[in-house]
Each structure stands twice: as C-alpha cells, then as structure tokens.
Ligand binder design. Structure first.
Ligand code: M6R
Length: 613
C-alpha cells in the first residue's frame, strides 16, 4: 500500500526516484509525487494518476538535486486527486513528508492543530502528521529528528515516513512502524524504498528497518536509533535478487510473465528440499520447531486473499496426510475476534509479501499468547519472515503483477512439502504414498510447462467467447474447492466481472437459482476421487441451460461431451493436481482481462501489498 522511494548521494535524485516509483507502482497507483531538496529549498510536484502523469508534468521543470523522495499512493484517507497526493508540506513549508500507512488518531491530532490555527489543504492523515511533527519542532525549538521521535510516541497506527527539512541539507529522516522500509547502502550514497527494487541497479547491500526505528540518512552516513534515542547497529544483508527478475522480459504484462515462469518457480520452491533419488524432504526451518509440532493439538493457518486460499488447500492436504486438526482463518477476522490461543497452538502464516498488516497483527497477537509461529513467505527479510519463530521461503522470486499467480503455486508447493515432512515425522503416511507424492511433485514443473505451451490458444478463444458475461460461478469439490475460490478471485481482480467460488455440492443449496443461459459456470473437474460427483453437478447445471466451462484432465473424453468448453491440464495425483488447474484458471482470467483491454498488472483499487487494516 503506497510505495516510497528516497535517495541521498551525488547522483541526480529525480531520475533515481522516478525510476524507483515506476518499480513500486504495483503498491498503489492513485497518484504520485516527488520532492527534491536543493540549496535549502524543497521543490515539490504531485499529480493524480500514474507515475507517467507526474513525469509528464515535471518534464519542463528544473528539478535537479542530489537529495529527493517520491511516493506512489493507494488512497486511504481522501479520494485520489492532486491535493491528496504526497509529498505534503507542513504549514511552515519548511518540512515535506511522504507516508505509507494509516495514522489512526489523526482526527484528534488534527483537532488540536486546527485549534492552534493550522490549515489543511488535503483530506489526508499524512498532512496532519507532518504538521504535528513540525509543530513540535517549532514549539520545542528542537531538531526535526527530535520532533519526529516525540511525535511518534503519540501517534497510533502504521507508518513509514520520509521527511525533508529545508534547514538540514543532504539528509532524509525516516521512521517505520508496521509498514516496510529498506535502506540500500552505496558508495557515499543511500537509497530508501518500500522494497529493494528501486535500489537493485545500484547496490545489493541493504538494511531492513525495524518497527520503532528512526533513520538519519546522509550520503556517507546511516544512523539508526530507536524511539528512546539509543543508537541501533544496522544489520546489513546481501540481496539475493537481480534486475531481470523485476523486468517484463518480452511479455506484454508481468502477470503473463509470472504465469509462464511457474515451471521454474515451482521447481525453485522444492529445489534443494526434495530429493527424489533418496526419497527425502529436508526443511531446516521445520526441524527447528518439530518439538512444537509434536506438542501441538492443532495447526492454525492464517492469511488473506490468495494466500488464504493456499491455506485452505493446505488444510485438506495436512489433515489427509498428517491426521492433525487444521483450522484456516482469515487473518483479518482472527485478529479481532479474540480467539482462544495457547502455547500448544502452531500457527502457519501464509503471505507473499510478508507485510500484510492483518496477517502481521494476527501473528503478533498469537505470539503474545505463546503460540509457535511458522512463516510461509515469499519476500525475504519481510516483517512476517522476521516475526515468525521459523519458516520456509517460497522462492517464487519478485512478483510484480498485483494479482498473485506464481506466488500462490509456490505457496502450495511449500505447504505440500510441509505436509509430507510432517506426515513422515508423525508416521501417518506409508513409504509408498510418500514416494508417490515426491515423484508427482517432481514432475509438476513439466506439466505446467505443457499447459503454457499447449493450452494458451484454446484458453484465449474461451476468454473471447465469455468476456461479455456479467457473472461467473466457479465450482469445485475437495482439493479443487479452494482452486474454484482462487479462480473466482482472479477473475474478479483482473476483469472486474463478478465471480463467485463455491463448493460444487453446495450449489444446490442456493446458487443454483442463479443459473440460466447467460451464466458461465466453471467447473474444476479434473480426475480425482470426486470426479463422478462433479460430473453429476455439471449435468445439473446443463439441465438448467447454464454455460459450462470445465478444467479437465488430459485424456478425459467424457467431460468434453458435457461441457461447452474445456481447458485441459495433464493428469496428476489429486494432491498436486490443483496446482495445474490453477494455472489454467490464471490464464483464463488473464486473457479475459486483456480482451476487455484492462490494465491486468494494476487492476483498479488494488495494491500488491496491503499494509493497512
Ligand atoms: O502478500 P500477501 O500474500 O499476504 O497478500 C494477501 C492478499 O492481499 C493477496 O493475496 C491478494 O488477495 C492478491 N491481490 C490476490 O491476487
């Protein structure tokens, strides 16, 4: 939610900042702005819409300087428009601020400031914060750094803030609580970003800033302090990422690139962990908490959106293979409903970004109750990765498309590995079944490759045929029910078509009333233990004149006789098969979005990383 970039050094700050904003645009794209500090003057430009609008606006301006910051916004307080774009000046115009997060007590702070005569030019909580900080600076006669420290002790909510002060040359002050901030270390220069992508071309050495830390960033110096003004030693880490991973590489969209990358990302998520020859699974992160798993009475999986769908699928798989009770919770509900958690609970958090606010807070609450936390996270060094006691990275690489694709399939692989290892440890799986699933997982990459090589034209044609529909129903049973949910979510996000996922057998308890000749119903109807039953459900839809689209196993000749259109996936074991069906559904959503001429990489109203509640 909102992307922030900063630079202090000797290069042209504007170009670094604008380039960084383009890389972070996936985090929000309602408006964009920059501020450059030069000769004790802040020059500030901001514009509604994409970064390209800002760039066009600034094209004729003199905006040279070696210190600057920029922001791309996902609106929380105040509609997307020029005045609500960041950066925001304080009333004195000496300070400018960019902010990612939400200041929860902004209304109270604003009331106090209004009583003192402050004027506001936007509807944002961020403008309140910059004035609150500046008011402290002016009244206490202190430095901006001290004012920030004092102010943040009164602020509730989540933030990453970057500030420029006209009286402090060559310096950005930054602070974080609850939203991500990375500082890249170069030769006499520093880079700041919501993630590492803006700095990747310049440095691989980064420091992930922790909550309640404040950074004073100069070209040749990075000072970190906590809010108690004690110095904190920066922990420098090496980035394991390269530029090509965050570029489109010849594809029209990141989403398509990321769908096509899945043969290799799926392989990467089990590479070095699963040994087919030796028939073993090695997960060192899991070894560290095996005693906790032994003591656990249940496993609770928390996540949001697509990550929640991966968790739901894992519930089916873990219960089947490990015979332990699994509960799956929306993090946003779990954190607020006062759940009963004990030190016997083992919590798995699933998150691509590792920064989702709801998941993060749900984990913090559970940690306080003594639960063991295990993270299944994609972004290395992210907040969830650091908060959890142990975990495993999904190794999907940077996912830029706002709709999650390769991150989901990597999560599913990670969760299958987790289930297999736990089943072996608990003695709930036979050697034969273990070996069978290891071998099945091992050939998933080539089966996904088959889909992207052989089904694209067919799926494009299906997309063209159904793109005008107003609603879609997605149905699946058992392991394929979470895939129906994921398919529906993907379609909603990318095409803005209303879509609902449902357990196929539940259809007759209500949704069947929706069925008529205008409703496309997508069945995940691959060969598994429920196949006969799902075929019966398809017949029920056909009898009511619904339009039938099926995901079917290659070689199945019966399903095409019933369905109007079929997307084929290679035959596979029912536990790994959902990965293949997912890929077909991702392609369907993608091509419907493209048919409708929509921005599939940046769907309206969404952001990649949801760091607000
Ligand atoms: O980064 P996370 O996996 O924690 O994000 C969770 C959801 O916000 C995310 O999966 C969202 O639903 C995506 N837009 C799905 O495509």
């Amino acid at each position: 939610m909102c992307g922030i970039v900063g630079y202090v050094g000797s290069k042209d700050a504007y170009s670094i900042v604008i380039d960084g904003l383009k890389k972070l645009e996936y985090r929000g794209y309602d408006s964009a702005g920059v501020a450059i500090l030069k000769d004790n003057k802040i020059k500030l430009f901001k514009k509604e819409g994409r970064v390209a609008n800002l760039e066009a606006m600034v094209a004729e301006e003199d905006i040279t300087g070696t210190v600057g910051m920029g922001h791309t916004r996902w609106a929380t307080h105040g509609e997307p428009c020029d005045k609500n774009a960041h950066p925001h000046y304080s009333n004195s115009k000496q300070i400018a601020l960019i902010h990612n997060g939400i200041i929860e007590n902004y209304a109270q702070l604003k009331k106090e400031l209004v009583a003192k005569g402050y004027e506001f030019h936007s509807d944002t909580d961020s403008e309140v914060l910059v004035n609150f900080i500046d008011d402290i600076r002016i009244n206490n006669g202190c430095t901006l750094e001290e004012a920030v420290r004092i102010a943040l002790k009164r602020v509730t909510g989540a933030y990453v803030i970057l500030l420029l002060d006209e009286s402090v040359p060559n310096t950005i002050i930054a602070a974080r609580k609850g939203s991500p901030l990375v500082i890249g270390i170069g030769q006499n220069e520093h880079f700041l970003g919501s993630d590492a992508s803006p700095m990747l071309a310049y440095t691989k050495e980064v420091v992930y800033i922790n909550d309640y830390e404040l950074a004073i960033v100069k070209p040749d110096e990075l000072i970190l302090k906590n809010l108690g003004n004690e110095t904190v030693t920066p922990f420098v880490q090496k980035l394991d990422m390269n530029l090509s991973q965050i570029e489109k590489g010849g594809f029209d969209h990141f989403m398509l690139k990321e769908i096509f990358e899945q043969p290799s990302t799926i392989f990467d998520s089990f590479r070095g962990r699963m040994d087919v020859e030796k028939n073993t699974i090695t997960l060192s992160g899991m070894d560290a908490v095996l005693d906790k798993l032994d003591a656990a009475q249940r496993i609770i999986i928390v996540g949001c959106g697509t990550s929640w769908h991966a968790g739901l699928l894992a519930e089916y798989i873990i219960e089947e293979l490990c015979r332990i009770n699994v509960e799956v919770e929306y993090a946003s509900e779990f954190r607020y409903r006062n759940p009963i958690i004990t030190d016997k609970d083992f919590i798995i958090a699933v998150s691509q970004s590792g920064e989702t606010a709801d998941t993060l807070v749900a984990l913090e609450n559970a940690k306080e109750q003594g639960a063991t936390l295990f993270g299944i996270v994609n972004v290395v060094g992210s907040s969830i990765a650091r908060l959890t006691h142990a975990g495993m990275y999904t190794h999907a690489g940077p996912e830029i498309g706002v709709a999650s694709t390769k991150a989901f399939t990597a999560q599913v692989v990670a969760l299958i590995l987790f289930a297999l290892k736990l089943a072996k440890h608990r003695g709930t799986i036979s050697d034969e079944r273990f070996a069978e699933l290891v071998n099945e997982l091992n050939v998933v990459p080539e089966k996904v490759e088959w889909i992207v090589q052989n089904q694209v034209e067919n799926i494009k044609a299906i997309a063209t045929k159904y793109q005008e529909a107003n609603d879609f129903l997605y149905l699946g049973r058992g392991y394929n029910f979470p895939i129906a949910l994921e398919g529906a979510l993907k379609l909603k996000e990318i095409s803005y078509i209303h879509a609902e996922g449902y357990p196929a057998a539940e259809m007759k308890h209500g949704p069947i009333a929706l069925v008529d000749e205008t409703l496309p119903v997508v069945f995940v109807a691959t060969k598994d233990r429920y196949h006969e039953k799902i075929v019966s459900n398809m017949q029920e839809i056909k009898a009511r004149k619904g339009m039938l689209i099926a995901v079917a196993s290659e070689g199945d000749t019966h399903t095409p006789e019933i369905a109007d259109d079929v997307m084929f996936v290679p035959d596979a074991d029912e536990i790994v098969g959902p990965i293949l069906s997912t890929v077909a559904l991702q392609l369907l959503s993608y091509y419907i979005g493209v048919e409708k001429d929509l921005d599939v990489d940046k769907p309206r109203n969404l952001a990649k990383s949801v760091t607000v509640e």
